[in-house]
Design a binder for this molecule. Structure first.
Ligand code: SF4
Length: 129
């Protein structure tokens, strides 16, 4: 049975590990509890601005009307697939932005191994509240 994750907002579809094999609790139960990075595929961005509403410290529009990620100093990263670290206090907001993104183009990845925890390549779905 899938585990209920962060504040009940989504569930992971990855099955639990077999009995007797212990996965790290932080990885298995809550991707917002581990360091993450984020990038945007601008080819799919609709420019609606939802991500900026969720985390303006991480997402911002450029002059082309598309959203990009910002690094820790606030510099916009405009090279293709540029990734930035997500501040710990914004992990849930960034994950929610990825889940709500109309372009389905925000990729949130675990920093340790690059596994996508939210976005089009993650095995997650939002729960119905
Ligand atoms: S929410 Fe997604 S589609 Fe909308 S501006 Fe942000 S990256 Fe683009």
């Amino acid at each position: 049975m899938p585990a209920l994750l962060s504040q009940g907002r989504y569930r992971r579809l990855v099955p639990p590990p077999p009995a007797g094999i212990f996965a790290p609790v932080s990885d298995a139960s809550d991707p917002a509890a581990v360091p993450t990075r984020v990038w945007i595929d601008q080819d799919k961005c609709t420019g609606d601005g939802l991500c900026v509403q969720y985390a303006k410290e991480v997402f911002e529009f450029d002059v082309d009307g598309l959203a990009y990620v910002k690094d820790g100093t606030g510099d916009l990263q405009t090279s293709p697939a540029a990734r930035v670290d997500v501040p710990a206090h914004l992990r849930l907001d960034v994950i929610d932005a990825a889940l709500e993104c109309p372009g389905n183009c925000i990729h949130v990845q675990r920093s340790s191994d690059g596994v996508e925890v939210a976005g089009p390549d993650a095995q997650t779905v939002r729960t119905v509240a």
